[in-house]
Design a binder for this molecule. Structure first.
Ligand code: ATP
Length: 234
Protein backbone atom coordinates (compact mmCIF):
# COMPACT_ATOMS: atom_id res chain seq x y z
CA UNK A 1 0.00 0.00 0.00
CA UNK A 2 1.08 3.56 -0.72
CA UNK A 3 0.61 6.03 2.13
CA UNK A 4 1.16 9.76 2.01
CA UNK A 5 1.38 11.61 5.31
CA UNK A 6 1.01 15.41 5.37
CA UNK A 7 2.74 15.86 2.06
CA UNK A 8 3.35 19.44 0.93
CA UNK A 9 4.99 20.77 -2.23
CA UNK A 10 5.85 24.42 -2.84
CA UNK A 11 7.43 26.31 -5.70
CA UNK A 12 8.67 29.48 -4.07
CA UNK A 13 5.55 31.28 -2.88
CA UNK A 14 3.16 28.84 -4.61
CA UNK A 15 1.81 26.10 -2.34
CA UNK A 16 0.96 23.48 -4.94
CA UNK A 17 0.18 20.65 -2.48
CA UNK A 18 -0.86 21.39 1.08
CA UNK A 19 -0.49 18.73 3.74
CA UNK A 20 -2.15 15.90 1.82
CA UNK A 21 -2.59 12.51 3.49
CA UNK A 22 -4.04 9.65 1.52
CA UNK A 23 -3.64 5.97 0.71
CA UNK A 24 -3.68 3.91 -2.47
CA UNK A 25 -4.28 0.19 -2.12
CA UNK A 26 -2.71 -2.65 -4.01
CA UNK A 27 -4.60 -4.36 -6.80
CA UNK A 28 -6.87 -1.47 -7.77
CA UNK A 29 -6.78 1.87 -9.58
CA UNK A 30 -6.76 5.02 -7.44
CA UNK A 31 -7.38 8.37 -9.10
CA UNK A 32 -6.29 11.86 -8.13
CA UNK A 33 -9.08 14.02 -9.44
CA UNK A 34 -8.90 17.77 -9.81
CA UNK A 35 -9.06 20.70 -12.18
CA UNK A 36 -6.11 22.18 -13.98
CA UNK A 37 -3.61 23.43 -11.39
CA UNK A 38 -5.15 21.53 -8.45
CA UNK A 39 -1.79 19.95 -7.66
CA UNK A 40 -2.14 16.46 -9.16
CA UNK A 41 1.11 16.50 -11.13
CA UNK A 42 3.03 17.98 -8.23
CA UNK A 43 1.75 15.26 -5.93
CA UNK A 44 2.79 12.53 -8.38
CA UNK A 45 6.21 14.15 -8.81
CA UNK A 46 6.77 14.25 -5.07
CA UNK A 47 5.99 10.52 -4.88
CA UNK A 48 8.43 9.61 -7.65
CA UNK A 49 11.01 12.05 -6.30
CA UNK A 50 11.07 14.44 -9.26
CA UNK A 51 10.32 17.23 -6.81
CA UNK A 52 11.37 17.22 -3.17
CA UNK A 53 8.41 17.59 -0.85
CA UNK A 54 8.59 20.48 1.56
CA UNK A 55 7.28 18.25 4.29
CA UNK A 56 5.64 14.89 4.76
CA UNK A 57 6.28 11.25 4.12
CA UNK A 58 5.82 8.81 1.27
CA UNK A 59 5.58 5.21 2.45
CA UNK A 60 5.38 2.15 0.24
CA UNK A 61 4.46 -1.03 2.10
CA UNK A 62 5.68 0.61 5.29
CA UNK A 63 9.04 1.73 3.87
CA UNK A 64 9.90 5.42 3.79
CA UNK A 65 10.82 6.24 0.19
CA UNK A 66 12.84 9.31 1.22
CA UNK A 67 15.61 6.88 2.14
CA UNK A 68 15.91 5.87 -1.52
CA UNK A 69 16.96 8.61 -3.96
CA UNK A 70 14.71 9.35 -6.97
CA UNK A 71 17.03 7.78 -9.56
CA UNK A 72 17.50 4.73 -7.45
CA UNK A 73 13.72 4.42 -7.04
CA UNK A 74 13.31 4.25 -10.79
CA UNK A 75 16.36 2.12 -11.43
CA UNK A 76 15.46 -0.42 -8.81
CA UNK A 77 12.22 -0.82 -10.66
CA UNK A 78 10.05 -0.05 -7.66
CA UNK A 79 8.36 2.97 -9.18
CA UNK A 80 7.53 4.07 -12.69
CA UNK A 81 6.22 7.52 -13.43
CA UNK A 82 4.73 8.20 -16.85
CA UNK A 83 4.64 11.95 -17.17
CA UNK A 84 2.11 14.02 -19.01
CA UNK A 85 3.26 14.94 -22.50
CA UNK A 86 4.43 11.71 -24.06
CA UNK A 87 8.09 11.11 -23.23
CA UNK A 88 9.38 8.79 -25.90
CA UNK A 89 12.20 8.95 -28.41
CA UNK A 90 10.41 10.09 -31.55
CA UNK A 91 13.29 9.35 -33.93
CA UNK A 92 13.68 5.79 -32.63
CA UNK A 93 11.53 2.82 -33.53
CA UNK A 94 9.01 1.24 -31.18
CA UNK A 95 11.42 -1.65 -30.63
CA UNK A 96 14.37 0.68 -29.90
CA UNK A 97 12.26 2.59 -27.37
CA UNK A 98 11.48 -0.66 -25.56
CA UNK A 99 15.18 -1.63 -25.53
CA UNK A 100 16.09 1.79 -24.11
CA UNK A 101 13.46 1.47 -21.39
CA UNK A 102 14.78 -1.99 -20.56
CA UNK A 103 18.39 -0.85 -20.16
CA UNK A 104 17.52 2.26 -18.20
CA UNK A 105 16.72 0.07 -15.23
CA UNK A 106 18.96 -2.60 -13.84
CA UNK A 107 17.91 -5.34 -16.24
CA UNK A 108 16.73 -8.50 -14.59
CA UNK A 109 14.86 -11.25 -16.33
CA UNK A 110 14.58 -11.63 -20.04
CA UNK A 111 14.02 -8.78 -22.49
CA UNK A 112 12.51 -10.97 -25.21
CA UNK A 113 9.87 -12.29 -22.83
CA UNK A 114 9.05 -8.77 -21.64
CA UNK A 115 8.80 -7.60 -25.24
CA UNK A 116 6.52 -10.49 -26.19
CA UNK A 117 4.27 -9.54 -23.30
CA UNK A 118 4.09 -5.94 -24.60
CA UNK A 119 3.14 -7.14 -28.07
CA UNK A 120 0.52 -9.45 -26.67
CA UNK A 121 -0.97 -6.59 -24.60
CA UNK A 122 -0.95 -4.23 -27.56
CA UNK A 123 -0.76 -6.12 -30.91
CA UNK A 124 -0.68 -2.81 -32.81
CA UNK A 125 2.77 -2.14 -31.29
CA UNK A 126 3.96 -5.41 -32.80
CA UNK A 127 2.61 -4.38 -36.17
CA UNK A 128 4.37 -1.04 -35.88
CA UNK A 129 7.53 -2.25 -34.14
CA UNK A 130 9.83 -0.95 -36.89
CA UNK A 131 8.05 2.41 -37.21
CA UNK A 132 9.55 5.54 -35.69
CA UNK A 133 7.71 6.35 -32.48
CA UNK A 134 7.08 9.89 -33.73
CA UNK A 135 4.89 8.50 -36.50
CA UNK A 136 2.55 6.63 -34.12
CA UNK A 137 -0.91 7.96 -33.35
CA UNK A 138 -1.52 9.54 -29.94
CA UNK A 139 -3.15 6.35 -28.68
CA UNK A 140 -0.30 4.16 -29.92
CA UNK A 141 2.22 6.49 -28.29
CA UNK A 142 0.36 6.21 -25.01
CA UNK A 143 0.41 2.39 -25.35
CA UNK A 144 4.17 2.58 -25.88
CA UNK A 145 4.64 4.88 -22.89
CA UNK A 146 2.62 2.56 -20.65
CA UNK A 147 4.54 -0.44 -21.96
CA UNK A 148 7.86 1.26 -21.27
CA UNK A 149 6.76 2.25 -17.79
CA UNK A 150 5.59 -1.25 -16.89
CA UNK A 151 8.28 -3.27 -18.70
CA UNK A 152 10.02 -4.14 -15.44
CA UNK A 153 6.75 -4.65 -13.59
CA UNK A 154 7.21 -1.99 -10.94
CA UNK A 155 5.11 -2.26 -7.79
CA UNK A 156 4.03 1.37 -7.95
CA UNK A 157 2.97 3.01 -11.20
CA UNK A 158 2.14 6.72 -11.41
CA UNK A 159 0.33 7.85 -14.52
CA UNK A 160 -0.22 11.51 -15.26
CA UNK A 161 -3.40 12.00 -17.30
CA UNK A 162 -3.10 8.76 -19.27
CA UNK A 163 -6.25 9.50 -21.27
CA UNK A 164 -5.37 13.06 -22.27
CA UNK A 165 -6.40 13.78 -25.86
CA UNK A 166 -7.28 10.18 -26.70
CA UNK A 167 -10.35 8.76 -28.44
CA UNK A 168 -12.87 6.92 -26.20
CA UNK A 169 -12.10 3.52 -27.73
CA UNK A 170 -8.39 3.93 -27.03
CA UNK A 171 -9.12 5.11 -23.49
CA UNK A 172 -11.05 1.88 -22.90
CA UNK A 173 -8.16 -0.23 -24.22
CA UNK A 174 -5.63 1.64 -22.12
CA UNK A 175 -7.63 1.38 -18.93
CA UNK A 176 -8.30 -2.32 -19.53
CA UNK A 177 -4.55 -2.78 -19.57
CA UNK A 178 -3.99 -0.61 -16.48
CA UNK A 179 -6.69 -2.50 -14.58
CA UNK A 180 -5.16 -5.87 -15.46
CA UNK A 181 -1.71 -4.61 -14.53
CA UNK A 182 -2.89 -3.50 -11.09
CA UNK A 183 -4.77 -6.72 -10.41
CA UNK A 184 -2.13 -9.12 -11.79
CA UNK A 185 0.31 -8.89 -8.95
CA UNK A 186 -1.59 -6.64 -6.54
CA UNK A 187 0.26 -3.55 -7.67
CA UNK A 188 -0.41 0.07 -6.71
CA UNK A 189 -1.62 2.26 -9.56
CA UNK A 190 -2.18 5.96 -9.00
CA UNK A 191 -3.44 8.06 -11.89
CA UNK A 192 -4.28 11.73 -12.24
CA UNK A 193 -7.37 12.72 -14.13
CA UNK A 194 -9.01 16.07 -14.83
CA UNK A 195 -12.33 14.63 -15.93
CA UNK A 196 -14.17 13.50 -12.81
CA UNK A 197 -16.76 11.47 -14.71
CA UNK A 198 -14.10 9.50 -16.56
CA UNK A 199 -12.03 8.99 -13.41
CA UNK A 200 -15.03 7.62 -11.53
CA UNK A 201 -15.74 5.22 -14.38
CA UNK A 202 -12.25 3.74 -14.57
CA UNK A 203 -10.94 3.99 -11.01
CA UNK A 204 -11.96 2.11 -7.88
CA UNK A 205 -11.02 4.87 -5.44
CA UNK A 206 -10.69 8.61 -5.84
CA UNK A 207 -9.12 11.50 -3.99
CA UNK A 208 -10.29 14.95 -4.99
CA UNK A 209 -7.83 17.85 -4.91
CA UNK A 210 -8.79 21.49 -5.00
CA UNK A 211 -6.16 24.23 -4.92
CA UNK A 212 -3.62 21.86 -3.42
CA UNK A 213 -5.87 20.51 -0.69
CA UNK A 214 -7.57 17.16 -0.38
CA UNK A 215 -11.30 17.84 -0.25
CA UNK A 216 -12.93 14.40 -0.70
CA UNK A 217 -11.92 10.74 -0.70
CA UNK A 218 -13.86 7.56 -1.22
CA UNK A 219 -14.80 4.74 -3.51
CA UNK A 220 -15.88 5.73 -7.00
CA UNK A 221 -19.45 4.87 -6.02
CA UNK A 222 -19.32 7.08 -2.93
CA UNK A 223 -17.89 10.01 -4.84
CA UNK A 224 -20.56 9.63 -7.52
CA UNK A 225 -23.14 9.55 -4.74
CA UNK A 226 -21.66 12.78 -3.35
CA UNK A 227 -22.41 14.46 -6.65
CA UNK A 228 -18.81 14.69 -7.83
CA UNK A 229 -18.97 15.70 -11.48
CA UNK A 230 -16.84 17.69 -13.88
CA UNK A 231 -18.94 20.75 -13.01
CA UNK A 232 -18.02 20.39 -9.33
CA UNK A 233 -14.36 20.78 -10.20
CA UNK A 234 -15.09 24.01 -12.05
P1 ATP B 1 -2.36 20.15 -14.60
O1 ATP B 1 -3.49 19.26 -14.95
O2 ATP B 1 -2.40 21.47 -15.30
O3 ATP B 1 -1.02 19.50 -14.67
P2 ATP B 1 -2.25 19.78 -11.78
O4 ATP B 1 -3.46 19.51 -10.98
O5 ATP B 1 -1.42 18.64 -12.13
O6 ATP B 1 -2.63 20.56 -13.08
P3 ATP B 1 0.13 21.06 -10.86
O7 ATP B 1 0.75 20.99 -12.22
O8 ATP B 1 0.64 20.17 -9.82
O9 ATP B 1 -1.44 20.86 -10.98
O10 ATP B 1 0.19 22.57 -10.38
C1 ATP B 1 -0.20 23.02 -9.08
C2 ATP B 1 0.20 24.49 -8.91
O11 ATP B 1 1.62 24.59 -8.89
C3 ATP B 1 -0.28 25.40 -10.01
O12 ATP B 1 -0.60 26.63 -9.43
C4 ATP B 1 0.94 25.53 -10.91
O13 ATP B 1 0.90 26.74 -11.60
C5 ATP B 1 2.06 25.44 -9.92
N1 ATP B 1 3.30 24.87 -10.49
C6 ATP B 1 3.43 23.61 -11.01
N2 ATP B 1 4.69 23.38 -11.40
C7 ATP B 1 5.41 24.51 -11.11
C8 ATP B 1 6.77 24.90 -11.27
N3 ATP B 1 7.69 24.08 -11.77
N4 ATP B 1 7.11 26.14 -10.85
C9 ATP B 1 6.20 27.00 -10.32
N5 ATP B 1 4.90 26.69 -10.14
C10 ATP B 1 4.49 25.46 -10.53
Amino acid sequence: MLELHNLSVSYGAIDAVQSVSLTAKRGVITALIGANGAGKSSLLKSISGLVAPEQGQVMLDGNDLAKIGPHERARLGIIAHALEGRRIFHQHTVEENLITAWHFRKPKGNFKAAQEQVYSNFPILHERRRAKAGTLSGGQQQMLILSMATLHKPTLVLLDEPSLGLAPIVITQIYDFIRRYAAEDERVVLISEQMATLALKVADYGHVLRQGKLVQSGTAEQLKGNGLTNAYLG
